[in-house]
Design a protein around this ligand. Structure first.
Ligand code: ADP
Ligand code: ADP
Length: 232
């Protein structure tokens, strides 16, 4: 699994007068599961953008397994990470095309078995093999697309999961089932989950609370629950 470190990381979007991240220092141990919570605009998504090298920090260093990400190429990070971002725009082809990368070749029978198993894990078991091969991803509903994005992450290699509100469009029961399966698969991996709801956070090792670009609190679910004001 991957160790992640942010050391005094600041980031300012071009043309903005306020920094989106202000001297953020965080450490995520290999195999740890962390939820990042906080109001909209507090800088949560920007952390993932920096880890994925979609943007470059204004100052500070981010490290994966002690290596500065300046020294890693974007492609190798993406190849080794299971990513679900808020806008996962990749639904032009068939459902199958959206699930499997070009290099993921399997024989037909094993592929079918694998796809059906993972679709079951994300509660898309109503899709048949015929749907998967012929139906366009873009014809799915928002909630189905979100589950498809999670299924895609489940099918990728990698021991790091970066998830930005992956279940925001799902109902409570579906969300709980999908997250249970995801957490079971990720049991040995490092996982960062950005979320705006508190359901399911009990199972995280650590919760990081952000506000206005700063980390304002870290602790376990129980620790934060016992402090008034953080969970509203
Ligand atoms: P969160 O994920 O907590 O909602 P973000 O990381 O998306 O927060 O945003 C942090 C801050 O950066 C906010 O003030 C937001 O308005 C600003 N911001 C986010 N994306 C952009 C962008 N593309 N251009 C300019 N400002 C941005
Ligand atoms: P690959 O081995 O997948 O072909 P590279 O050889 O280009 O990729 O780079 C692999 C390096 O990238 C490893 O040394 C590893 O430390 C680092 N790396 C980057 N992102 C991750 C990640 N998410 N998980 C593990 N290692 C990563």
């Amino acid at each position: 699994a991957v160790a992640i470190e942010l050391s005094n990381v600041s980031f300012q979007y071009e043309g903005e007068w306020r920094a989106a991240l202000k001297e953020v220092s965080l450490h995520f141990a290999p195999g740890s599961k962390t939820a990042i919570v906080g109001p909209s605009g507090s800088g949560k998504s920007t952390i993932l953008d920096l880890l994925l090298k979609l943007r470059t920090p204004s100052s500070g260093v981010l490290r994966l397994n002690e290596v500065s990400i300046n020294e890693l190429n974007e492609e190798s990070i993406w190849r080794n990470t299971r990513v679900v971002l808020q806008q996962s725009h990749f639904f032009r082809g068939t459902i199958r095309d959206n699930l499997l990368a070009d290099d993921q070749n399997l024989d037909e029978e094993r592929e079918a078995e694998r796809l059906l198993r993972v679709l079951n894990a994300v509660q898309l078991q109503h899709l048949s093999l015929k749907d998967i091969v012929y139906e366009k991803g873009e014809n799915l509903s928002d909630g189905e697309k979100q589950r498809l994005a999670i299924a895609r992450a489940m099918l990728r290699p990698g021991t790091l999961w970066l998830l930005d509100e992956p279940t925001s469009a799902l109902d409570y029961v579906t969300e709980a089932r999908v997250m249970k399966n995801l957490m079971a698969q990720a049991v040995n991996d490092t996982l960062l989950l950005i979320c705006h709801r508190l359901t399911g956070l009990e199972q995280m090792h650590q919760i990081v609370v952000m506000d206005q670009g700063r980390v304002v609190e870290t602790g376990t679910f129980d620790e934060l629950m016992s402090q008034k004001g953080y969970f509203y």
